[in-house]
Write a protein that binds this ligand. Structure first.
Ligand code: FE2
Length: 365
């Protein structure tokens, strides 16, 4: 019997961010990244403690939630961590069974299964803890045909930006404290039934100043992939340590969103105000020899500062945004896979050197 049959997962259901101002955050995701308005919950729908806007682009659904009073758990979370990811929701066929299976294997309970109902049907949700204050919510929505979930109404504003070609969540990376990575990997292996894909050590991922270690866990169908980073010893403060300081603890570091035309996606997002990390011209002096033949126009890739990497199965194109909030914490990756199933190991050094230039500008290095 397949060891993961106890927790089949169909994909990422949604990611919920706790933010300082949900209304303004929703506008940023619409205008800059091209997400479409989907649903709303707040005072007008009978909620007193929070406001949530739901936006979507193809299979990527984000919920932007802000607290409404100083004593709300959402407001406190945002005050401590800044804007960031609170919930990584997993789409399952049976939320009660998923919850029972992982709790029997040691998962810490956040909320036992509950049914949410309205005229469009029923959604079952149940939540457990993962690293830091981040949680996983199992979402069973096979008996629901409303816009998002019971409690939400359709949000249909006049302003709608065109999409930018984002398709689905490719992977979500977590940053944890030094010495914690293996415990988190064991949680995903023993409690969730995930498998470890690849491991990098600090020889792979280091520059003159900073280093980190990373292991990747995945569910059986590869729809859920979680690289987990911890800082390693470097001469100066690593980007993972800087994240842990500013986020005040472990948390999701980046979400990689897939596209099938990265040149179009990145140039469109850049024109709408998304800030991407810049790639040094020297990167393009050595990359073509490293990656071999590719389909894309090399000049266009260089102009758009896109990173390229190859593994045994193919190649990938990727680019990282700068942090999308005031603290140097959470950011996005745009990724286009051309057969490769890895995460851009060959780009880590080039990427980290680019991040270090940003860190130096912030006075961290
Ligand atoms: Fe990534």
């Amino acid at each position: 019997m397949n060891e993961q049959e106890f927790l089949p997962i169909s994909g990422t259901d949604y990611v919920e961010f706790y933010v300082g101002n949900a209304k303004q955050a929703a506008h940023y995701y619409q205008s800059a990244f091209g997400f479409q308005p989907v649903a709303y919950a707040g005072l007008e729908t009978g909620l007193k403690d929070r406001t949530s806007y739901v936006v979507r682009q193809n299979k990527i659904t984000f919920v932007l939630t802000a607290g409404m009073s100083p004593d709300s758990e959402i407001t406190k979370h945002q005050a401590k961590h800044g804007d960031g990811v609170k919930v990584i929701a997993l789409w399952v066929d049976d939320a009660r069974k998923s919850f029972k299976e992982v709790v029997s294997r040691g998962a810490e309970v956040v909320e036992a299964p509950k049914e949410l109902k309205d005229e469009h049907g029923e959604v079952v949700v149940a939540s457990i803890k993962t690293y830091g204050e981040t949680i996983h919510t199992f979402v069973e929505r096979k008996n629901y045909n409303g816009v998002f979930m019971p409690g939400f109404v359709e949000w249909d504003p006049v302003f709608k930006a065109s999409d930018t070609g984002l398709l689905y969540v490719d992977h979500i990376v977590g940053n944890v404290a030094e010495g914690e990575m293996n415990k988190v990997v064991e949680f995903y292996r023993d409690v969730m039934g995930f498998e470890q894909l690849i491991s990098f050590d600090d020889k792979d991922i280091s520059t003159e100043y900073t280093a980190l270690m990373s292991k990747v866990v995945s569910n059986k169908n590869f729809r859920i992939k979680f690289p987990i980073n911890e800082p390693a010893k470097g001469l100066k403060k690593s980007q993972v340590e800087e994240f842990l300081d500013f986020y005040v603890g472990p948390g999701p570091q980046h979400i990689a969103m897939a596209t099938d035309d990265i040149l179009k996606t990145v140039s469109e997002q850049r024109s709408r105000g998304v800030d991407f990390l810049s790639t040094p011209d020297t990167y393009y002096e050595e990359v073509w020899d490293r990656v071999g033949a590719i389909e894309e126009d090399k000049k266009a890739l260089k102009e758009n500062k896109i990173l390229i990497d190859r593994d045994d199965e193919g190649y990938l194109l990727q680019l990282f945004t700068k942090p999308v909030e005031d603290r140097p914490t959470f950011f996005f990756e745009i990724i286009e896979r051309k057969g490769a199933r890895s995460f851009g190991k060959g780009n880590f050094k080039a990427l980290f050197e680019a991040i270090e230039r940003e860190q130096a500008a912030r006075g961290t290095l």
